[in-house]
Design a binder for this molecule. Structure first.
Ligand SMILES: Cc1cc2nc3c(=O)[nH]c(=O)nc-3n(C[C@H](O)[C@H](O)[C@H](O)COP(=O)(O)OP(=O)(O)OC[C@H]3O[C@@H](n4cnc5c(N)ncnc54)[C@H](O)[C@@H]3O)c2cc1C
Length: 380
């Protein structure tokens, strides 16, 4: 069950959107795989993205001059919710449309806009994000991948990790060090992923899927025009990108109501839905509704930099984690052997990732403590 976020929109109402998604032809193998695809999701995911693009339903938040809809945050949230209800992804992956596109629109050169925006909108180019490193995750600005000037542009050396979707990507958006200054020494680059010197090594996850990768960059030569913005502007651009990431991650809350229903049905089937469990399920359900309304308030405000999005990120990912934990308590060893529970089990195994990606819960709490509550800054 989901709350009605917004019954109508200036552009299209919820019923029309639902009818469009229901009638749309679904490529074989299409599933709602979350923000990033596995290898098996690439073919159906790109076909689906292309279909949405043909009907004007990708890059909704982009300005109309770049093929977007100038959509409000509210409309984007409604679209994400309807896609979750229809069990389809709302786009191929978050990287091109949600992270790279808005940064290129704001900071990119005319040439970069002309070369990259339309193929992102149509899904012709797949992108990945090359930020995290083995020694630089939460403290991203300590990254060590180096970009050195050459006669023709830049030479890149270093290693990235947890790069989602990098194995299938055509381009990566890279944060690298051009000077020794911690924040002001970072710059952002566009990297063609088939360049000589790039090695992508997939990492296998606990659920058997392989969504993220290690990426090694050994003397990778880039032309001058691959720099986004100015040298040393990388941190400013990265913050703009991470702000949008928090917004998109909050939309996953939508799928929780469905899992909650599945869990109640599974518990009922097994005759274990007693008062104690009922109370735990109700408590979680109440948290999901609180989350729903906080989300609604935040998207109505429309300011994606608002700290409310940090609250949402923490509450959404931790409620989701608690739902998975309860599933294992309820279903016991059945989760290991019952194929009907595959989806719940997969979610239980990977759900915890939500409390890490896009900024861990601890980091989100630091942000809230410092920026909202005005508590003393953590010592560095
Ligand atoms: C599913 C998934 C997909 C991802 N996709 C990408 C991607 O496509 N591209 C990319 O670049 N990165 C990606 N990441 C990486 C992600 O951004 C990092 O995992 C995240 O920023 C945390 O960094 P870390 O893993 O190095 O942990 P660390 O920073 O080493 O943190 C380890 C632990 O210490 C805690 N901690 C660290 N600093 C503090 C502090 N100051 N105060 C309190 N506690 C602290 C953390 O909360 C955490 O619990 C992905 C991660 C996941 C899980």
């Amino acid at each position: 069950m989901t709350a009605d976020l917004d019954a109508t929109s200036p552009m299209i109402n919820r019923a029309d959107l639902r009818a469009f998604l229901e009638a749309a032809p679904k490529p074989p193998g299409l599933r709602n795989y979350g923000p990033t695809p596995t290898e098996a999701d690439v073919a159906p995911g790109t076909q689906w993205h292309a279909y949405l693009a043909q009907h004007g339903y990708t890059c909704l938040h982009w300005p109309a001059e770049f093929g977007g809809l100038d959509a409000t945050v509210m409309f984007q949230a409604m679209f994400a919710e309807e896609c979750a209800n229809a069990e389809v992804p709302r786009q191929f992956s978050i990287f091109g449309p949600d992270l790279v596109g808005p940064v290129l629109i704001r900071f990119g050169s005319d040439e970069q806009k002309a070369n990259y925006l339309e193929p992102i909108r149509t899904g012709q180019h797949i992108w990945c994000q090359l930020f995290s490193e083995p020694e630089a995750g939460s403290d991203l600005a300590s990254l060590r991948t180096r970009a050195r000037r050459t006669d023709t542009g830049w030479r890149i050396d270093g290693q990235k990790v947890w790069s989602s979707g990098a194995a299938a990507a055509d381009f990566g958006i890279l944060l690298a060090r051009t000077e020794n200054n911690k924040h002001r020494g970072l710059s952002m680059f566009i990297v063609p992923m088939r360049s000589p010197g790039i090695t992508v090594r997939p990492l296998r996850q606990i659920d058997g899927e392989s969504k993220f990768n290690e990426v090694f960059l050994d003397s990778v030569e880039l032309p001058e025009q691959s720099l986004v913005g100015r040298p040393g502007q990388g941190w400013e651009l990265a913050l703009a990108m991470l702000g949008r990431e928090r917004l998109t991650l909050g939309t996953h809350a939508v799928a929780m109501f469905r899992r909650h229903e599945e869990l109640i049905a599974a518990a009922r089937d097994r005759g274990v839905l007693d008062q104690v469990l009922g109370r735990s399920m109700t408590r979680l359900w109440a948290r999901m509704w609180l989350l729903r309304y906080t989300w609604q308030r935040a998207v109505t405000g429309g300011d994606v930099t608002s700290p409310e999005f940090s609250v949402l990120k923490i509450v959404a990912s931790e409620t989701d984690r608690d739902l998975s934990d309860l599933a294992t308590d309820v279903l016991g060893t059945d989760v290991c052997v019952d194929p009907e529970l595959d989806d719940l089990v997969r979610h239980m195994l990977v759900g915890r990732a939500q409390t890490i990606l896009g900024g861990t819960s601890e980091i989100q709490r630091n942000i809230l403590a410092e920026r909202v509550l005005g508590l003393p800054k953590e010592p560095h």
